[in-house]
Design a binder for this molecule. Structure first.
Ligand code: CP
Ligand code: NVA
Length: 317
C-alpha cells in the first residue's frame, strides 16, 4: 500500500475538481486514503493551508456543502468566505468569467455550487486558482468522494461490493456512478423511463469500468436491481431548479421508494445511503432513513474529511 507521504505528493496541486473523471483512478483512490488519514489524524494537518482563503460561491441553497467546506478550511488553518450570488454582483449580471478573474487576485481557491456544468467550466477557464465543484446540474463530485470514504470505512475495500442507486439519474447519481467504477465497485442504477442518467456519463463510466473490472448496469426494475446490493443509495426526486416538475416526478418515482420491502431484497448487511437532504415518505421511508442500516449521518460527516483531502491536494503550497 502507498504511504500517506506518497499520497500527499500526488500531482493535483493547482488543478480544478470539476468532475471525478478528470482525475486518474490512482488519484481517486489516493484521495480516499488521504481523507481516511485526515479523519484519524486531524491534528497532523492543522496548519497545512495556513493563511489560505477559499471563496465559496453559492447560486443554490446548501447546508452540508457550505458548512463542511468552511469548517474544513478553518481546520486546515485557512478560511472559507461565503459568497451568495444574491449579495454579490453575480446576482446583478456580472459574468462568471469576470468574477473568476477578479477573485483570483484575492483568493487561493474557489468552490462553487451552480446550475449548468458549462458555467463552472467557464469559471475554471477564467480563474487562475483551483476551482472546486460543490454541485452542478450534472455532477456532485465532493459528495461522491465522501460516499467512497464511507464505503471504505464500512468494508475496508471497494472491489467485490455492489452499489445500487435507486431513483433519479441526476447529478448525485452521475458522480456516484463514476466514483464507483473508478474504485472497481459494481454499480447498478434503477430509474423510471425518462429519468435515466445522461448517456454521455454512462459511456464515460463504461469506459472506466473496462479498466477497473467493475460492472455497470441500468434497469427499470428496482426489485431486480437491489439483488445482491451491499449499498442502496437514493436522492431526492426533485432536485434544486426542478420545482415546477415536482408533482409529475412524485407520480413517476412512486414505485422507486427505498423502503423496508425493497431493503429486504438486498444482501443482509446492506447499508442505506443518501446524500441528504432527505424527504421521508418520498424517496425513502422513515423506517429505512432512521433504521439500523442507515449510514447517512456518517456519510454527511465524511463530506468534511473528503473535502479536506481535496483542499489539501489542490491548494497546499
Ligand atoms: N448533500 C449536499 O450537498 O447537501 P447540501 O445541499 O446541504 O450542501
Ligand atoms: N440532486 C440534489 C442534490 C442536493 C444535494 C439537487 O441537485 O438538488
Amino acid at each position: 500500500m502507498e504511504t500517506i507521504d506518497m499520497l500527499k505528493e500526488q500531482d493535483l496541486k493547482g488543478k480544478d475538481l470539476l468532475k471525478l473523471a478528470d482525475f486518474s483512478i490512482e488519484n481517486i483512490n489516493a484521495l480516499v486514503e488521504l481523507a481516511y488519514d485526515m479523519k484519524q489524524n486531524k491534528e497532523a494537518y492543522a496548519d497545512s493551508l495556513k493563511g489560505q482563503l477559499l471563496g465559496m460561491i453559492f447560486e443554490k441553497s446548501s447546508t452540508r456543502t457550505r458548512v463542511s467546506f468552511e469548517a474544513a478550511m478553518i481546520q486546515l488553518g485557512g478560511q472559507g468566505m461565503f459568497l451568495s450570488s444574491n449579495d454579490t454582483q453575480l446576482g446583478r449580471g456580472e459574468t462568471i468569467e469576470d468574477t473568476g478573474k477578479v477573485l483570483s487576485g484575492y483568493l487561493d481557491g474557489i468552490m462553487i455550487r451552480t446550475h449548468s456544468h458549462s458555467r463552472i467550466e467557464a469559471l475554471a477557464e477564467a480563474a487562475s486558482i483551483p476551482v472546486i465543484n460543490g454541485l452542478t446540474d450534472l455532477y456532485h463530485p465532493c459528495q461522491a468522494l465522501a460516499d467512497l470514504l464511507t464505503v471504505y470505512e464500512i468494508k475496508g475495500e471497494f472491489k467485490g461490493n455492489k452499489m445500487v442507486y435507486v431513483g433519479d439519474g441526476n447529478n448525485v447519481a452521475h458522480s456516484l456512478m463514476i466514483a464507483s467504477v473508478m474504485v472497481g465497485m459494481d454499480f447498478t442504477l434503477t430509474a423510471p423511463k425518462g429519468y435515466e442518467p445522461a448517456s454521455e456519463v454512462v459511456e464515460i463510466a463504461k469506459e472506466i469500468a473496462k479498466q477497473t473490472g467493475a460492472k455497470v448496469e441500468l434497469t427499470e426494475d428496482p426489485k431486480a436491481a437491489v439483488k445482491g446490493a451491499d449499498f442502496i443509495y437514493t436522492d431526492v426526486w426533485t432536485s434544486m431548479g426542478q420545482e415546477e416538475e415536482a408533482a409529475e416526478r412524485l407520480k413517476a418515482f412512486g414505485p422507486y421508494q427505498v423502503n423496508e420491502d425493497l431493503m429486504v431484497l438486498a444482501n443482509p448487511e446492506c447499508k442505506f445511503m443518501h446524500c441528504l437532504p432527505a424527504h421521508r415518505g418520498e424517496e425513502v421511508s422513515a423506517g429505512v432513513m432512521d433504521g439500523e442500516a442507515s449510514v447517512v449521518f456518517q456519510e454527511a460527516e465524511n463530506r468534511l474529511h473528503a473535502q479536506k483531502a481535496v483542499l489539501y491536494s489542490l491548494m497546499k503550497k
